[in-house]
Design a protein around this ligand. Structure first.
Ligand code: URA
Length: 434
């Protein structure tokens, strides 16, 4: 079959076979199929969807495009967490050392920021010296020694996803359930984990804002996991407001350290403990979620999670002083106080627009090759339901230059609806699927 025939078949609602996809994408990886042809196929998939069998073939082809890790020498049930992408979501920085401190190994491979969302790897890189690019042997050794390693997806893992994502990002084909599910699950299945907890976001800052779509995405990923013998649990969680207060890499590390020290915003703590409880159950360290919550709460409050994070940072070349003194982190020269421009109740927040305001400051990428400024970002204390007065400080913009700070401040205020109406914020955890 020619690439042209594959594209037409999908365009007209046909179902692609495994061999058709293997041939098409294999040729793409060898640069024998053009980017514009792949983009056309992605759009056809976006518009037509995929049935379960077809999606299974796509996951298989993506998984087999690279290496599949064997972490058999690391004792215990290895559990990772993956979020579908959010704004201000620094949970992984606390969750990975926390769960590992409770005895469950966490081999965490994370991504960089995508679109309006932040990425754990960018956050970790704001810690001076921290190496996110361990080779697979060093990754395995650190897991054996400390039970936790936080690295970036290595080039060996699902290279087809990397190539496809770069095209999806610029062709309006990100927000598709089969494409998101195959992208996430092919990478996670390649990592050598035994079980996975998914944090599927719902609300204006999620790639799929509607609850029904998020739920379908969660079910799709759980089914892919089951087909590959992995236990997967998903929480549907609120992204109709940023998580915590800090948005931006070093700012989020600072907030994560507050959490590891037993303080920090209540929502980040609650979500971290909820996800930890799920991971501890999957990792057989707790009999049920209630027991998992108790275990995780104790390890956060008695400093064991903090101690594990110190070992991880040290092992990966970072300055563990960051855990004692946030001044070790890069600091932005300009601080611009955000003031509410109206009296009223915060009715809703356009979290995607807020994430994009942080990206525009330099906290994320506008092109695949742009560099991230670790110091810039936002600190926002506003939440849907809050009553605010005109002129009241509601946050701070951390910027390189005054002009950028002013632009970000205007964008954030435009993204917050303040009115006389009551707000109906989503509950932090909307549901659980397994
Ligand atoms: N995260 C991913 O890894 N892939 C997607 O497609 C969306 C979010």
């Amino acid at each position: 079959v020619t690439p042209y025939a594959v594209i037409r078949k999908k365009r007209d609602g046909g179902r692609l076979s495994r061999s058709e996809m293997k041939e098409f994408f294999g040729a793409f990886l060898r640069d024998e199929v053009a980017d514009y042809q792949v983009s056309a196929l992605l759009m056809a998939i976006f518009l037509r969807g995929m049935d379960d069998a077809e999606l299974g073939h796509l996951v298989g082809v993506m998984l087999e495009s690279g290496a599949v890790l064997d972490l058999g020498t690391v004792p215990g049930v290895k559990v990772d967490k993956h979020s579908t992408g959010g704004v201000g979501d620094k949970v992984s920085l606390v969750l990975a050392p926390l769960v590992s401190a409770c005895g469950v190994p966490v081999p965490m491979m994370s991504g960089r920021g995508l679109g309006h969302t932040g990425g754990t790897v960018d956050k970790l890189e704001s810690i001076p010296g921290f190496r996110i690019g361990l080779d697979l042997e060093a990754f395995r050794r650190q897991l054996e020694r400390i039970g936790c390693a936080l690295i970036t997806q290595t080039p060996e893992i699902a290279p087809l996803d990397r190539r496809l994502y770069a095209l999806r990002d610029v062709t309006g084909t990100v927000e598709s359930i089969p494409l998101i599910a195959s992208s996430i699950m092919s990478k996670k299945l390649a990592e050598g984990i035994d079980a996975l907890v998914l944090d599927v976001k719902v609300g204006s800052g999620a790639f799929l804002p509607e609850r029904a779509a998020a739920e379908q995405l969660a079910r799709t990923m759980i089914a892919i996991g089951a087909a590959h013998g992995r236990r997967v649990t998903a929480l549907l969680t609120a992204m109709d407001r940023p998580l915590g207060h800090a948005i931006g890499n070093a700012l989020e590390v600072e907030e994560a350290v507050e959490l590891l020290r037993g303080a920090g915003p209540a929502d980040v703590r609650e979500l971290t403990l909820g996800l930890a409880a799920e991971m501890l159950v999957l990792g057989r360290a707790a009999d049920d979620r209630a027991a998992g919550l108790v275990l995780a709460g104790a390890a956060l409050d008695d400093g064991r999670a903090l101690e594990t994070m110190a070992r991880v940072i040290e092992a990966q070349g970072g300055n563990p002083g960051v855990l004692d003194d946030p001044a070790v982190l890069p600091q932005a020269p300009v601080r611009h106080v955000l003031e509410s421009d109206r009296d009223g109740i915060v009715t809703s927040m356009d979290v995607r627009a807020i994430g994009l305001a942080a990206v525009a400051l330099g906290a994320g990428r506008t092109r695949a090759d742009s560099t991230v400024d670790p110091a810039v970002g936002l600190h926002l204390t506003l939440r849907p339901g809050d009553r605010v007065a005109r002129g009241e400080p509601v946050g701070t913009v951390h910027a390189r230059e005054e002009e950028a700070a002013r632009r970000a401040a205007a964008a954030v205020l435009a993204a917050v609806e303040i009115s006389d109406r009551a707000a109906t914020p989503l509950p932090l955890v909307l549901g659980r699927l397994a």
